[in-house]
Design a protein around this ligand. Structure first.
Ligand code: AMP
Ligand code: FES
Ligand code: ZN
Length: 309
């Protein structure tokens, strides 16, 4: 039995699966995310959410392959890669693996040090660019990520605290294919972290439980904790906050997002879309690949170092 206060109910394994399947199907339908003919590339980190969504899509009959990016974040990356590989092997699924160190000559700690970006920013940029590239080169129609309701509500909370209108206007669960970018969708926006952990439990999916050591203590986690405190007092508040935004606020910002899109050029190095001459990813690779490798311990914040040791 799993207790889900926001639904005011306890669920057995079978009903929990039904709830998850229904909520995923509703998100997919409401936002026209996927069709049965699509060739889907699921970005899988080895964590519960992305392995669960891959499992759910395959179970529902979608044609879904996986993509794992080895980020070179010490033991955390070695472990998470192992979970993804085992998941794919056990189920006979197709998995593409990109290793930043082997394929591009750098890793996230080194990129962070070489560019002066905070690690999560170097990481986000690398992942986004490699998801897009792998999807376009592999002839996929759409990229799926495992962002869940807790993730999206936390990002929305941060964007709202800063009234960052540009980010708010782009915080949508579907980004259509445009300007050389593939379509990207988040089918888990109606499901929580707790529900995805329960899905993995009842489906026998092993996943990496530790969080990325670099992310420990970052703002995103603080927003999650604040929302959890509100949710504990007022079950359902989190989904009302995020789903209400999609329903009532996002449409008001639609014009803003179109106006902000602007004109894009092709990167002189890789040909991919950029606002300047050379894209941010090519600039990152150029600096990071010639830098001496930096171990993960060197880029942890004080808070993260405490959590890591
Ligand atoms: P995060 O940015 O870690 O919150 O992850 C958000 C989503 O990005 C996950 O649910 C995955 O779909 C995807 N993702 C994160 N890390 C990786 C990775 N190393 N390889 C492939 N996909 C990833
Ligand atoms: Fe990207 Fe931790 S997963 S910095
Ligand atoms: Zn480029």
């Amino acid at each position: 039995m799993i207790d889900l206060p926001r639904h005011n109910a306890h669920f057995c394994a079978e009903h929990l699966q039904q709830l998850c399947r229904r909520q995923m199907a509703k998100a997919v339908d409401d936002f026209d995310m996927l069709s049965m003919e699509d060739r889907i590339l699921v970005a899988v980190s080895g964590g519960k959410d992305s392995l669960a969504i891959w499992d759910m899509l395959v179970e529902a009959g979608y044609r879904a392959d996986g993509l794992y990016i080895g980020l070179g974040i010490g033991e955390y990356s070695t472990d998470s890669g192992g979970y993804v590989r085992r998941f794919a092997e056990q189920r006979g699924l197709t998995l593409q693996v990109i290793d930043l160190r082997d394929d591009y000559g750098y890793d996230i700690p080194t990129a962070s040090r070489a560019t002066g970006r905070v690690p999560c920013s170097a990481c986000g940029l690398s992942k986004r660019r490699l998801f897009d590239r792998a999807a376009l080169q592999g002839g996929y129609d759409v990229v799926v990520t495992g962002h869940n309701l807790d993730d999206e509500a936390a990002v929305l909370f941060g964007n709202t605290l800063r009234w960052d209108i540009e980010y708010l206007a782009r915080q949508l669960p579907v980004l259509p294919a445009a300007n050389g970018f593939p379509k990207k969708v988040k089918p888990l926006i109606r499901l929580t972290e707790r529900e995805m952990a329960a899905w993995c439990l009842v489906r026998g999916i092993d996943y990496v439980v530790e969080e990325c050591p670099i992310a420990a203590g970052n703002k995103h986690l603080a927003y999650k904790e604040s929302l959890n405190a509100i949710e504990a007092r007022s079950p359902g508040a989190k989904s009302a906050f995020y789903l209400g935004f999609l329903d009532r606020m996002a449409p008001l910002l639609a014009g803003y997002s179109a106006a902000a899109a602007g004109q894009l050029n092709s990167c002189e190095r890789c040909g991919e879309p950029t606002t300047g001459d050379i894209c941010a990813f090519c600039r990152l690779v150029e600096k990071a690949a010639v830098h001496d490798p930096v171990p993960v311990e060197m880029v942890l914040s004080k808070r993260a170092r405490k959590a890591y040791s």
